[in-house]
Design a protein around this ligand. Structure first.
Ligand code: SF4
Ligand code: SF4
Length: 254
C-alpha cells in the first residue's frame, strides 16, 4: 500500500510527463498577484534559507516573520509566513519590482502554479506526483509557452529544496503517528522536535552543549559538515528525531 506524505490533491488535475502550457514573466497583467493574500506555509528548509538570506537567527526569524497554524495532521503544527499587517495582506518580501528574496524564496513560491505530492511506494522509494492548480487570477496559463515538470524543477531550482522537503515529509509522517508519548500538545518532546526542525541556530547550540555528535558513529567529514553547515545540521536533526523517537536506524550509536 502506498503511504501518502501529504494530503490528497484531488482538486487539481495531475500532470504527466507531457509539457504543460504556462509562463510567468513581468509582462503578465497579474504580475505579483500571487504574492498578495497568500497563506504561505514554510517547510524547515524554507526557514533555513530565509533566515540566512535575511541574516537573522532562526529564533529571531521565527518570532519576527512567522506564526503557527494547522499542519497536515493534529500532532505537529505548521509554520506560516506572516503577511504584512499594513493593508493588502502582502508578502513582507514583496518589493516594488518583485520578490526581494528571490534566490531564497520558499518552496511554495518556486513550485507555483504546480503542486507536488510525495508517495512512498511498496518498495520504499519515493514517487513525486505533480498537479496543476487553476486560480483564475493567474494569467500565466494563457501564455503560449510550454514546459515539462522536469524543466520546471530545474528552472525553479526545486531539486535541492525537494530533497530536504522529502526528508521533512518523512519526519512529519512519523509525527502524524503521535510519537509524543502522551505528553500532549506543546510538551517537552514536541518542543524539542520543533526546535530541531525550525529553530536551527538554537539546535546548533543544543548540539554543542550536549555534545550530541559524540554519541554517534559519524565519519569525520560528515561531522565537520554538520558542525559548519545548516543543511547538514538539519539532515542530522531529522535523523536524530527518527532514531531517538522512532527507534529507526537512521544513526548508529557508538
Ligand atoms: S499569478 Fe501566475 S502568472 Fe501572475 S505573477 Fe503569479 S505565477 Fe505569474
Ligand atoms: S517570498 Fe517572494 S515569491 Fe514568495 S510570496 Fe513573497 S514576494 Fe512572492
Amino acid at each position: 500500500m502506498n503511504e501518502d506524505f501529504r494530503p490528497p490533491l484531488s482538486d487539481w488535475p495531475e500532470l504527466s510527463a507531457e509539457p504543460f502550457r504556462f509562463r510567468c514573466h513581468a509582462g503578465v497583467s497579474c504580475f505579483l498577484s500571487c504574492c498578495r493574500q497568500v497563506e504561505l506555509r514554510l517547510f524547515p528548509y524554507d526557514v533555513l534559507r530565509l533566515k540566512n538570506r535575511l541574516a537573522l537567527s532562526s529564533a529571531h526569524f521565527l518570532e519576527q516573520h512567522t506564526r503557527l497554524g494547522a499542519g497536515t495532521h493534529p500532532f505537529f503544527p505548521a509554520v506560516y509566513l506572516n503577511m504584512r499587517a499594513d493593508g493588502g495582506h502582502l508578502c513582507p518580501f514583496l518589493a516594488e519590482h518583485g520578490c526581494s528574496v528571490y534566490k531564497d524564496r520558499p518552496s511554495a513560491c518556486r513550485t507555483y502554479p504546480l503542486e507536488r505530492a510525495v508517495e512512498k511506494t511498496a518498495n520504499g522509494t519515493l514517487r513525486s506526483r505533480w498537479f496543476m492548480t487553476g486560480h483564475s487570477y493567474c494569467k500565466g496559463h494563457d501564455e503560449p509557452q510550454t514546459c515539462t515538470v522536469k524543466q520546471w524543477e530545474r528552472e525553479q531550482q526545486l531539486i535541492e529544496f525537494n530533497l530536504f522537503n522529502d526528508r521533512w515529509a518523512e519526519v512529519d509522517a512519523f509525527f502524524a503517528a503521535n510519537p509524543w508519548q502522551g505528553e500532549g500538545h506543546g510538551g517537552p518532546l514536541q518542543q524539542l522536535a520543533f526546535m530541531i526542525c525550525y529553530n536551527l541556530d538554537t539546535f546548533r547550540d543544543h548540539v554543542r552543549q550536549h555534545n550530541l555528535l559524540a554519541g554517534f558513529r559519524l565519519d569525520r567529514d560528515r561531522r565537520k559538515r554538520i558542525e559548519q553547515d545548516d543543511g547538514e545540521l538539519l539532515k542530522f536533526g531529522f535523523d536524530w528525531l527518527l532514531h531517538v523517537l522512532g527507534s529507526r536506524r537512521t544513526l548508529l550509536p557508538r
